[in-house]
Design a protein around this ligand. Sequence first.
Ligand code: EPU
Length: 302
Amino acid sequence: MRLTDDNLLAALPALGVERTADASLAERTSLGIGGNTDLLLIRKHESLPELVRLLRAAAIPYRFIGGGTNLLIPDGELPWIVLQLARRDPDIRIKGNFAWIDAAADLGRTVTTCAKRDLGGMEGLIGVPGTVGGALRMNAGAYGTQIGSYVREVEVFRAAAGKIETLRGAEISFEYRHTSFAPDDIMLTVKLELPSKPFLEILQGIRICNQKRRSSQPLNQKSAGCIFKNPPGGSAGRMIDELGLKGLNVGDARVSDRHANFFVNAGHASAADMLALIAEVRERVRKAYGVTLENEVIVWNE
Ligand code: EPU
């Protein structure tokens, strides 16, 4: 989609919003899949209410992207403008056991920056690709850690109300790969409270998690992490593996040989290839186990 509204285009510089016309989202997602559209990079959080007001006034549909690491975006010309936050500098501030982190900050860098200040707890999240905002929205978790456990406050742009609000941790529910944020909420800043731990001890935990991840996940291939949520008490990866589906492909979309719940883009997979593979695997699991797997990856539908 191209932004052609003159009022809106004229307003962008004063709002600190930078436009990349005809941006390729395949280049901005870890799966390497996605069509093209105009991308608006937001340098000032405070501009969001006005920007969204203008988009709505001009009836321009928009979507929001974080790190693009858990997303499956359609091919071709996209019917939405895409918004993304630029990282603030500094993006992480620490005082005592509290860390204030910009939503656009890289999650891995956040874990290590906090570790250097002897703040631990998030070791399991090392190696989870993406931004802190994306991790918050999904309540990212790994190796027994989930980010929600440490959240004390979130500053969020609530599109429905058209304003920026601060929510206390207790007002947000964090469940397995699910939160109570509204779909159109945009995370801006989070305040975490982290337990004190000596740096070397945290480093040891980080090394162990990195090692586990390297030995079980296809880290050097294009993927969106796990495609399906684990069903209660079960493991989607194990079920898909048991059915002998590793290596199953639709075009260049392929079930990883390393971890069966990772579907990789082994070349030039299209969104349609990936969606067809997801549907095929879901159906085979349903037939064999009577379980309908839910997507963990976020799929943008029209
Ligand atoms: N397994 C197989 N074959 C496979 C994959 C797994 O038999 O191809 C077995 C493993 O041997 C193990 C069990 O299934 O006994 C569970 O596997 P694993 O420890 O890899 O964990 P997972 O449940 O598949 C979850 C998260 C991952 C997270 C890991 C580590 C989900 C959907 N996945 O995977 O998160 O990194 O635990 O904590 O909850 C993600 O969210 O994108 C993601 C990758």
